[in-house]
Design a protein around this ligand. Structure first.
Ligand code: PHE
Length: 444
């Protein structure tokens, strides 16, 4: 079998754990709260949930089918299904996004590592100005870059040493602990004085506030949080055993991913309103609000060490899935040894990451009028991921034989299949296309 070298998933649970490990990460706990804060709260959440259901779900299924049918990397898969056609370029753009995303992702993951260290040093004390603490660290240059590179090295080490399986096994235990911890923190959050304001902000939508920009960001985040549009789910799909259900895997992972994001929101917004952290603080939002909770909470130091440790592990199971995309390509298509592919791609992403990290205040580097880090996130999450995701779903809907889709999905109910195909062929592509056009034309 073609997959054995890289190790196909050995069980149903293994596949779900790995796919969930990729999906659940900084996107849920760091990015979701801050973009929700920046874009008006509940209304944004509402749009985001629609995007997940109507676009995220069918695109994930499409990626799984392309991967599992061919059992190949993202470029190889398109080449096999559409020989001599330019569809394989989707694979290339996805890989480009993976390399760039891994760069800025490791910056934030590096922040989590630093915050484990700060927790151990008991730095989160009442009265400390957590905003200043975050800003001076993230704009420090050298300090932030060191933690970012440490994380990058961890990611590369895991993939080279083949302890990926170990990580998957470990995350089967650790991720549920992260969820339990979030539930405990949420329980604490709803007793805070700013709880009702925070929860209203998160859950009480004002539909008149829907803006085009919010729709674009919500759609982009649906792709980001579900690891879509980068080839990750095609690559991981190629490792899923033929007998496992793609639909069930997708549904379970999407529910888990959304639940973690919502829990993170329930923890963070009450804290923000209680401790006067601006919900529009941007990328530092979570790193300012959470230490404030821990500084006041019973067993706060222990819980903060545990929390940031689990956050770093969640980030690691996502970052290895980004690295896997170009590595699987180099290994399968160009027959480059896994070790050298990992080193090469890590260096490339490492450079992107260093530049992103420096752009947070140490050096003046910009893209699209934003810091390089925000610009890189905008380019990938808001433009490239939805574009590749759009092409992926069009490819499945119009270029893969119906029988192949049916056989991959093991669907017997005709009505269910027709509804799914309608969403996949019409609803999801049209919605994504409209949003993308507006954003590219700069109308929103
Ligand atoms: N889904 C991951 C997260 O939410 C990020 C990711 C994006 C991972 C794309 C792989 C590919 O943190």
């Amino acid at each position: 079998m073609k997959t054995t070298k890289m190790g196909g998933f050995s069980s149903k649970v293994g596949a779900i754990a790995a796919v969930a490990g990729s999906a659940i990460g900084l996107g849920n706990i760091w990015r979701f709260p801050y973009i929700t804060g920046n874009n008006g709260g509940a209304t944004f959440l509402f749009i985001y949930l629609i995007c997940i259901a109507l676009v995220g779900f069918p695109v994930m299924i499409a990626a799984f089918i392309i991967g599992r049918k061919t059992k190949k990397n993202t470029v190889g898969a398109f080449k096999e299904l559409a020989p001599k056609k330019p569809w394989f370029l989707c694979g290339w753009v996805g890989m480009f996004s993976a390399v760039v995303t891994l760069g800025f992702y490791s910056v934030v993951a590096g922040w989590s590592l630093k915050y484990i260290y700060l927790s151990i040093m008991n730095s989160f004390q009442t009265g400390v100005d957590f905003e200043t603490m975050f800003v001076s660290f993230s704009s420090s240059g050298y300090d932030a870059v060191s933690w970012q590179l440490l994380f990058m090295a961890l990611t590369a080490g895991v993939v080279i040493m083949g302890v990926k399986d170990g990580i998957e096994k470990m995350s089967k235990i650790l991720m549920p602990i992260l969820v339990i911890l979030l539930v405990v923190l949420a329980g604490n959050a709803i007793t805070l004085s700013g709880a009702s304001e925070g929860l209203t902000f998160l859950f009480n939508p004002d539909l008149s506030a829907v803006s085009g920009k919010a729709i674009l960001i919500a759609l982009g985040h649906a792709f980001f949080t579900l690891s879509l549009g980068m080839g990750t789910m095609i690559t991981y799909g190629s490792y899923i055993r033929d007998e496992d259900s793609l639909t069930k895997t997708a549904v379970q992972v999407i529910i888990a991913d959304t639940a973690v994001a919502l829990l993170a929101g329930v923890v963070i917004f009450p804290a923000a309103f209680t401790y006067s952290v601006e919900v529009t603080s941007g990328a530092g939002f979570v790193f300012m609000a959470l230490p404030a909770i821990f500084s006041e909470m019973f067993a706060g130091q222990f819980l903060s060490i545990l929390f940031f440790f689990l956050l770093a592990i969640a980030a690691l199971t996502s970052s290895i899935s980004m690295l896997e995309v170009p590595v699987a390509f180099l290994e399968q298509e160009l027959k480059i040894k896994r070790k050298w592919s990992v080193i090469g791609i890590s260096l490339l992403s490492g450079v992107v990451g260093v530049l992103c990290s420096l752009s947070n205040g140490a050096v003046d580097l910009t893209l699209f009028g934003k810091s390089l880090m925000d610009g890189a996130a905008y380019l990938t999450a808001s433009i490239l991921l939805p574009s590749v995701g759009l092409l992926t779903i069009i490819f499945m809907g119009y270029f893969i034989k119906k029988d192949v889709i049916k056989q991959q999905l093991k669907i017997k109910n005709e009505l269910f299949f027709s509804i799914f195909m309608f969403v996949a062929k019409v609803v999801a592509p049209v919605a994504t296309f409209i949003v993308l056009c507006f954003s590219v034309l700069g109308v929103i």
